[in-house]
Design a protein around this ligand. Structure first.
Ligand code: M6R
Length: 369
């Protein structure tokens, strides 16, 4: 039930702190990750994994893209992300040392289900990250780690996305401990960052008024671009997807580094561009590069809306608008930066008088191939 909210999406956006908190609940004990559901995967087996393939569609695939950066960094194992419908039709190289992790809110997405079945037939081991108890994909997998976001009703996925990242991060940190790739201290730091996410999400939600205004001003916009880099790249893709599905506006997300390889030709005066700005405290090279991307597009007339962490003053001279997110370690920023983009798409949809919960042509779970 909507319980007083004007739409399920609005309710689900607001439930994101809780979605992450519940997904972490009971799974961090004395500075260690405890995931009893993964008992069938012994430490020896986890140490023997040579490659991880994350398979999913839509928003769940973007959660996978975010997690790729974290799992590779923490557990030093190669991770690839593939759309489920592409995976199965290209004869992927799979064996018992390949771990295939599917990500699905509904657990019923046919493309993902068929990909999981295919992976098992080829001898890979499979884990399902799923939000729906007893769904088909978990039943077809060797193990399941549930996200505890609660039922997600709106077609546009929001709270399931942040819960998927939280679950994948738990898994990545578990793997890092088993494989000995992170010191106890580093592990404890990352877990503390993860546990701080719900509170920071509350702070982002409390600051959403500016995003709402922006959406109202931009209700006639015909095209919006999104740029990001590193973990901000999948967030740019997710921002574009949300805007397409909810507000029927042409939107595209790019890796900021790709700009000069083509997309910058799209920039003309007045073109709105959201830029997810990496933390200046992260990889030393990335922040100045993205700031210079902002200067390049601004010089060509783009209207820049920067999503930047509190206190990052470098963006101020060049951005038309700055949406602030609280300080977080770089790998945790996507969990916060996605929220203004979700709200922007939702508010714009509403400003256009569209059905926020049930956009045209879409179904909540896609049970056909
Ligand atoms: O249920 P699933 O997580 O498997 O669904 C995957 C996609 O269909 C889903 O994320 C879709 O892209 C959403 N409508 C995005 O908001």
């Amino acid at each position: 039930e909507k319980g007083g909210w004007s739409s399920f999406m609005r309710k689900e956006v607001a439930e994101q702190p809780e979605a992450v908190a519940k997904t972490l609940l009971g799974r961090v004990v004395d500075g260690r990750v405890v995931i009893p559901e993964l008992e069938s995967f012994g430490d020896e087996e986890l140490r023997g994994i040579r490659r991880i393939t994350l398979i999913a569609c839509g928003t769940a695939a973007y959660a996978g893209m975010v997690a790729k950066y974290a799992i590779e960094q923490w557990a030093r194992v190669p991770v690839e992300v593939e759309l489920s419908h592409e995976f199965r039709y290209r004869e992927p190289v799979l064996d018992e040392h390949t771990l295939v992790v599917s990500i699905s809110q509904s657990g019923e997405t046919m493309d993902t289900l068929m990909a999981v079945k295919y992976a098992r037939e080829q001898g890979a081991r499979t884990i399902s990250i799923c939000n729906t108890q007893g769904a088909t994909i978990p039943r077809e997998s060797d193990a399941v780690v549930y996200t505890h976001a609660g039922p997600e009703v709106a077609v546009a996925s929001t709270k399931a996305f942040v819960a998927q990242i939280a679950a994948l991060y738990l898994f990545g940190l578990h793997l890092a401990r088993v494989r000995g790739t992170l010191s106890a201290e580093a592990l404890a730091d990352q877990l503390a960052e993860l546990q701080a996410v719900p509170e920071k999400l509350e702070a982002v939600l409390a600051e959403s008024e500016k995003v709402t205004q922006l959406a109202h001003w931009m209700a006639d916009t015909r095209s919006v671009l999104f740029l990001g880099r590193h973990v901000g790249y999948p967030i740019a893709l997710e921002g574009a997807l949300k805007l397409k599905e909810l507000a029927y506006i042409h939107a595209e997300g790019f890796a900021a580094g790709e700009l000069k390889h083509g997309p910058i030709a799209l920039i003309e005066p007045g073109q709105p561009v959201f830029v997810v700005v990496p933390s200046p405290r992260g990889s030393a090279a990335l922040h100045p590069k993205v700031v210079s991307n902002i200067q390049e597009i601004r010089a060509r007339g783009a209207r820049v809306i920067a999503i930047a962490e509190e206190g990052d003053a470098a963006v101020l001279p060049f951005a038309d608008e700055v949406l602030r997110i609280p300080l977080a370690a770089p790998l945790f920023e996507p969990l916060l930066a996605v929220v203004p983009l979700q709200i922007f798409a939702m508010e714009l949809s509403q400003a256009k008088g569209l059905d926020v919960d049930q956009p045209r042509n879409l179904a909540k779970s896609v049970t056909v191939e």
